[in-house]
Design a protein around this ligand. Structure first.
Ligand SMILES: C[C@@H](N)C(=O)N[C@H](C)C(=O)O
Ligand SMILES: [Zn+2]
Length: 228
């Protein structure tokens, strides 16, 4: 099947048609020397639906993709490799959040992006609490639509800031309303919330790290990316 990579910039579109698979094509990142432009990789999945990949190295976003290795609440690696796909609108907003963070001398650290719907049931079966894992039978997760990220802030070197708890700590400690935390952790949660809100994301009351992009809607998806 003919697949395409589009490298887009603000106002400029460069379309390169080729006959490689999306798995191999998505890793080909072109670096163009236009400092004010946003460059992202876009691929079509097996249903010809458009995804934007955040290329950690090129986009300057730090990577800690939790489900691409076994250090997560499942205790197993469930993704084939650490790649971050989002719907184009959400990806653009994430790059905006990254720019805002940079102006404050901070970075973004991603724990999760698009999550194929096939994995949501596996997660729900372990946690069985829809506050912490969205229930597949009740609409699934914004991650399954490519419209959510699990995210933290870092210093400029990529060291995570203090958020008063770990990613995927499924307890009240992770709620935005939980106030029995150091003032620095409370400050950092509010800082992250402010940056993400300015970029267009909505916070989630039960998890300080989970943000959704709700200005568009997409169907749940089952696309699983390949790895080189
Ligand atoms: C599993 C956790 N990281 C998460 O993303 N939870 C939310 C509620 C979800 O499943 O959408
Ligand atoms: Zn999440």
């Amino acid at each position: 099947m003919l697949k395409s990579i589009m490298i887009i910039s603000a106002g400029v579109s460069l379309l390169i048609s080729c006959s490689t698979s999306p798995e191999s094509s998505a890793t080909d990142s072109l670096m163009l020397n236009e400092p004010d432009s946003i460059f992202v990789n876009q691929i079509l999945d097996f249903n010809d639906r458009l995804w934007t990949e955040i290329i950690f190295k090129n986009d300057g976003i730090f990577e800690s993709m939790a489900y691409a290795d076994s250090s997560n609440f499942i205790g197993q690696r469930i993704y084939p490799c650490a790649r971050c796909f989002l719907r184009p609108e959400a990806a653009k907003a994430l790059l905006k959040a990254n720019s805002i963070a940079k102006t404050k001398g901070l970075g973004l650290l991603l724990f999760d992006c698009y999550r194929p719907a096939v994995y949501q049931q596996k997660m729900f079966d372990i946690v069985e609490d829809p506050r912490y894992v969205a229930e597949p039978k009740k609409g699934g997760s914004m991650h399954n639509k490519g419209l959510a990220v699990d995210i933290a802030l870092t210093d400029s070197l990529g060291n995570i800031l203090d958020f008063g708890g770990n990613f995927d700590d499924f307890s009240e400690r992770s709620h935005h309303s939980f106030k029995n935390l150091d003032s620095l952790a409370i400050y950092n949660r509010i800082l992250l919330k402010g940056i993400m809100a300015e970029a267009g994301f909505t916070f989630y009351p039960f998890e300080w790290w989970h943000y959704s992009y709700t200005h568009v809607d997409y169907d749940l998806d089952d696309y699983v990316w390949g790895c080189n």
